[in-house]
Design a protein around this ligand. Sequence first.
Ligand code: PHB
Length: 393
Amino acid sequence: MDLVQRRVLVSAGLLLALASNFAMPRHALAAEKLKVGLMLPYSGTFAALGTAIENGFRLHVTEQGGKLGGREVEFFKVDDESDPSKAADNVNKLIKRDQVDVLIGTVHSGVAMAIAKAAKDTGTLLIVPNAGADAVTGAMCAQNIFRSSFSNWQPGFAMGDVVAKKGHKKVVTITWKYAAGDESVKGFKEALEKGGGQVVKELSLPFPNVEFQALLTEIAALKPDAVYTFFAGAGAVKFVKDYVAAGLKKTIPLYGAGFLTDGTLDAIGPDAEGLLTTLHYADNLNKPRDKAFRLAYAKTFKLQPDVYAVQGYDAAQMLTLGLKATAGDVTKKAEFAAALEQVTIDSPRGPFTLSKAHNPVQDFYLREVTGKENKLIGVASKALADPSRGCKI
Ligand code: PHB
């Protein structure tokens, strides 16, 4: 072999080595399963919400042929019980023990704060498919943290505007005493006061208690023009039934963040008829995207979808969009974030974008309960963005 031949061989070898160097990781990545950690409530007052989120998420994965970003999906699940005191241990099981690529969680704001802290500390990708804790896309925001749902402030603010425009001046609020309830009331109050109304009393009870009687007696004595509430899941069912049983629905109009009547109408029954709520979803949006989603969901799970199912579905859609930009690599955080910051997400709720702090900028609908549906009345707040105070990414 002469020098020229040897040079050609060495160059060819180098080229091969280079090519395989570039090709290898991508091949290796595509062959590796994408580990998705679902940290959701599968027991307690929010159990049905957790299941709807998982169903929605799985529906999108199925529509993608079982793969996201070219990688087969493997699920790891933890029941967080909506218990903030167990949250740090629970999220560690997914991060340290199972070594998941992405966390999807959760419903309860207090638990979500612990998940967000762990995601921030470890750099694990997190998509929050419900919990509205303002800080998650506020002071705690990060390049690797996203939300497919809402901030607690948003539906509250939308309803405050509606109630003010109805001319109600003196309003009592009632909720669970934790981040979601407090922040929902704060958003409501802000818009109500802007519109000339006033919150005359803020009532609350600890999460997830449902002994409403004494508070309902207090509402009857206060005789406000209206009541605003944040309750969800099984607690919402009991609250509406108790409000009606106390004879209050006929005399003091009840308004709520839409969680009050989303996923709860089968259990509440006729007591919910006519209730007005605000949320980023309704049951008769009548858009092709939503119709197709509702049909596929009902076929697959033999259940009607609700806002939680939509948020789970969109969490999976967001993951797909991010993975497309990074060839399936969740560690490319800057590219992943840049893709999601630019994209419009084609959600069953209607298209939405993400704010700089990674919270949905979206329409909030006014809905009225008619039979078993949250019927669309109109748009209460168009393209409402969370103020996201204190976020620096
Ligand atoms: C929350 O804790 O942030 C939360 C829980 C249930 C909902 C909405 C928000 O339906």
